[in-house]
Design a protein around this ligand. Structure first.
Ligand code: ZN
Length: 133
């Protein structure tokens, strides 16, 4: 795996959280993008080599809405950049980790993504992402 590509943070309301993170990071949000298949809207901030990705549910019962109901707002996942997502998925599955999606899927910000089940990763939701070339 390469560098940490981004850290995902679940939030209730972009109208509150985008200005909040613009102030914390002292950098503007450079992009918002909806991933309708995941019922989520994303907002990105570049911070050095890494990004912060805010996640807001677009429906009342989307995965992020459910997450916030259960755990509240806050850190949701850490995403690692990989060169070959299928090879990494194969490697991690062989090592006993549970993949949340058996095939890479199209995520935000021009990426193919796959998540590891947090039960096997000390409670940390891990995202693998590969830049779509
Ligand atoms: Zn992410």
């Amino acid at each position: 795996m390469n560098k940490i590509e981004h850290i995902g943070i679940a939030v209730k309301d972009f109208a509150v959280s985008i200005p909040l993170f613009e102030t914390i990071l002292n950098t503007p949000c450079y992009k918002t993008e909806e991933v309708s298949s995941e019922q989520v809207a994303t907002a990105f901030f570049q911070q050095g080599e890494t990004k912060i990705e805010l996640l807001q549910s677009t429906t009342l019962d989307g995965v992020i809405a459910k997450y916030i109901d259960k755990k509240g707002e806050g850190m949701h996942h850490i995403a690692f950049l990989v060169d070959d997502i299928r090879a990494e998925m194969k490697r991690l599955e062989a090592a006993g980790f549970t993949l949340l999606n058996p095939e890479p899927k199209k995520g935000a910000d021009n990426k193919l993504v796959c998540f590891l089940h947090p039960k096997g990763t000390n409670g940390v939701m891990v995202e693998l992402c590969e830049e779509i070339r």
